[in-house]
Design a protein around this ligand. Structure first.
Ligand code: CAA
Length: 261
């Protein structure tokens, strides 16, 4: 297992737990964090023993309080453009990871922190979690998907409210708005997220990949095309050995044993 400067990575059975580990900076996301997350997620993706990942923040206060403002404060504008700053979050992390992963949000998830949480397949939040896109207060705007993923998750009214006022949304409002799937007490957050991840990791792996892909396609295409692709994906899965096993195991009233083919 690799050693990193800004994140911790542990394997818990078939689940990879990734912890953002810059508690003194409220786990702010700098270039090192991005490079290390890309590396850790690539290893998770390649490791056949791993079926699902959980990302969380160290300490009780923050998941991540945003992109690292101290890294950006003196950076010339032309460099942000020439480096295509923030591009790697989508291209090397979100798009490169086909296996499911969950964000366990344990406190502030602001700016890039909220955006990172929204990159995950779903969010489980502690009752202390706070979500926000406060970039406008820094005279900028979200740059890692905040305006786009938030609008898709909670709709125009809430997304506009959040981005234009820069206010925080608490866990209860986030659950009511569809941003998070569950809210649990802080002291149960990791157990609940790891249990959900272990349940996913125990599923037939090809079906897990396709279920994730299909829900994501719903945000990219028309209903007709999405429904056609869904049927085709269903039909493709019926040709797997795991489908034969899954349906036979149901009929025989026993648990299925998956081959991943
Ligand atoms: N970047 C760098 N350092 C940060 C940080 C960030 N985003 N957020 C917090 N920190 C640092 C603080 O500078 C402070 O460090 P020092 O002790 O060295 O001064 C330490 O973390 C603790 O923070 P505070 O003293 O501010 O803690 P607080 O409890 O008073 O406030 C907070 C907590 C409300 C989350 C506040 O820290 C805050 O507002 N943080 C910034 C939130 C923000 O604007 N995020 C958006 C960043 S831009 C972005 O993310 C762009 C994008 O779209 C990707």
């Amino acid at each position: 297992m690799s050693t990193y400067e800004t994140i911790l990575v542990e394997q818990k059975g078939a689940v990879t737990l990734i912890t953002l580990n810059r508690p003194k900076a409220l786990n702010a996301l700098n270039s090192t964090v991005l490079a290390e997350l890309i590396d850790a997620f690539a290893k998770f993706e390649a490791d056949k023993s791993q079926g699902c990942a959980v990302i969380t923040g160290s300490g009780d206060k923050a998941f991540a309080a945003g992109a690292d403002i101290k890294e950006m404060v003196d950076k010339p504008g032309a460099e942000f453009f020439s480096e295509d700053f923030f591009a790697g979050w989508s291209s090397q992390l979100v798009k490169a990871v086909r296996k499911p992963w969950i964000a366990a949000v344990n406190g502030f998830a602001l700016g890039g922190g909220c955006e990172l949480a929204m990159m995950a397949d779903f969010i489980i939040a502690s009752d202390t979690a706070k979500f926000g896109q406060p970039e406008i207060k820094l005279a900028v705007a979200p740059g890692m998907g905040g305006s786009q993923r938030l609008a898709r998750a909670v709709g125009k009214a809430k997304a506009m409210d959040m981005c234009l006022t820069g206010r925080n949304m608490n866990a209860e409002e986030a659950e009511r708005s569809g941003l998070v799937s569950r809210v649990v007490p802080l002291d149960q957050l990791l157990d609940v997220a790891l249990k959900a991840a272990a349940d996913i990791a125990a599923m037939p792996p090809l079906a897990a990949l396709i279920n994730k892909e299909m829900v994501n396609i719903a945000f990219e295409t028309t209903l007709d095309t999405g429904l056609l692709m869904e049927r085709r994906m269903f039909q493709i899965l019926t040709a797997t050995e795991d489908k034969k096993e899954g349906m036979t195991a149901f009929v025989e009233k026993r648990a299925g044993v998956w081959q991943g083919r």
